[in-house]
Design a protein around this ligand. Structure first.
Ligand code: GLY
Ligand code: MN
Ligand code: MN
Length: 434
């Protein structure tokens, strides 16, 4: 990602802030077991503003009526760390790399924070983060409040993450290009899973075939724990065990995708393990697909997200009536939430630096947001019929189907960023038999 992108992001955030000081911290490194760590994943809000990928770093934005300033605190270069874990960029390296105004060693933060907050009335922090660096800033504000000679002190502690996440809602062209790259790799992985799938394989073997493509393409990580769910396992929405055998005649639902430069993709396909849909599977599949296509087709600027959710529920309810699973009038069924038993989750979510991008869904007054060009979301309708659910005709029991794509809102309407991933019954059967 280009340095100008991060400069723009910080500039936009400073525009949204009133005068004051904002403190955004990196994610902590996390122990996995004894003295070994999970692979490091940066805090998305922090990364969005500076693109720095090391732990123990702190970004400080200052805004007064006269000037704005950005300060980055980074862990100093350390020989021992370089030997065991690799070289850190360090203070000098960071000065050269980043277009921030000042860079200091993280060790200096504690000694500087009081001075940085002096005479400021607004302190912006992530209110829902318990980073010790944020607690230090709050303590510094408290100390300043009772210090002699101080004319103005912090009177308001405000949430910076809400402002950052409002900005994250609209993706820049560069962000979209990165998401496209994540999706391109994920597309290849889903196609490979369809090609290699056979009955008697284990779910984790399909996951491994996909992981190979993610890693071999240079993607550092899955964007979330992969779901590879054969047969009835698809009816456990967040099934991540992935250890069962795949059985002849069942479907497999795969919700798996990679992250590229910290940006997520999020794709689900459901296909027959033996490469050929049964009649019952095809009936349900085509209903879900029709709902998905119609919901995607309704996306354009100014359509409200809540409207799309309600529309998708109406379509799913109609599908359940047409399959003979629900009986009655759509309106009454929806009011009684009858459809929720078989279609329990929402139609989709924002996607970006986090797979479930924590951007607002409502405006300041609590009204559902309307779509704007640059927003990226998933559309992922599903129908789930548990094997032991006697309210469902026997032929549909044990079928769970979700189809998920990643959609960009454009000025004209939408672009399905993942449309290259096969999706119709014919396309899928052809890919499976390849
Ligand atoms: N992969 C999680 C989701 O689809 O929301
Ligand atoms: Mn999703
Ligand atoms: Mn998903």
């Amino acid at each position: 990602m280009n340095e100008t992108h991060f400069l723009n992001c910080r500039h936009n955030l400073l525009q949204l802030m009133e005068e004051g000081v904002a403190i955004i911290t990196s994610a902590p490194a996390k122990i996995r077991s004894n003295d070994t760590e999970y692979s490091y994943r940066q805090n998305s809000d922090f990364y969005y503003l500076c693109g720095f990928n090391e732990d123990n770093s702190i970004l400080v934005l200052i805004k007064t009526h006269e000037f704005t300033k950005t300060i980055l605190f980074v862990e100093a270069y350390n020989e021992d760390h370089a030997l065991w874990n690799g070289a850190r960029l360090g203070v000098e390296g960071s000065r050269e790399r980043f277009s921030v105004d000042e860079v200091y060693a993280s060790a200096e933060y504690s000694g500087m924070i009081k001075e940085l907050l002096r005479e400021h009335v607004n302190l912006y922090i992530d209110l829902y983060c318990d980073s010790p660096r944020i607690i230090e800033a709050e303590s510094a504000a408290q100390a300043l409040h009772s210090m002699r000679g101080i004319k103005r002190y912090v009177r308001s502690i405000r949430d910076i993450s809400y402002l950052i996440r409002s900005l994250r809602l609209i993706k820049s062209d560069e962000e979209i290009a990165i998401i496209r790259q994540a999706i391109a790799i994920t597309a290849e992985a889903h196609h490979e899973a369809m090609r290699v799938c056979q009955s008697h394989m284990r779910e984790y073997q399909l996951q491994a075939a996909m992981s190979y493509i993610f890693l071999n393409s240079g993607a550092v990580s899955e964007a979330y724990g992969a779901i590879v769910a054969g047969g009835n396992n698809a009816n456990t929405l967040h099934y991540i065990d992935n250890r069962d055998e795949l059985h002849e005649g069942d479907l497999v639902l795969i919700d798996a995708a990679c992250e590229w430069e910290l940006y997520a993709s999020d794709i689900t396909r459901t296909f027959p393990i033996n490469g050929k849909f049964s009649d019952a599977q095809k009936e349900v599949y085509e209903k879900v697909l029709e709902v998905q296509l119609r919901v995607i087709d309704a996306i354009k600027p100014n359509v409200k997200r809540d409207w799309l959710q309600n529309y998708s529920e109406e379509l799913l309810c109609d599908a359940l009536i047409e399959l003979g699973i629900l009986v009655g009038e759509r309106k009454a069924l929806i009011e009684a939430k009858e459809h929720k038993k078989y279609a329990p989750h929402g139609i989709g979510h924002w996607m970006g630096l986090d797979v479930h991008d924590p951007c607002p869904y409502v405006d300041e007054s609590g009204e559902s947001l309307a779509f704007e060009a640059g927003m990226v979301m998933t559309i992922e309708p599903g129908l789930y019929f548990r094997a032991d659910d006697e309210s469902v005709p026997e032929r549909y029991r044990g079928i769970g189907i979700r189809i998920e794509d990643n959609i960009l809102v454009t000025e004209e309407g939408y672009e399905n960023l993942s449309e290259m991933i096969v999706k119709t019954v014919n396309e899928i059967e052809t890919m499976c038999q390849n």
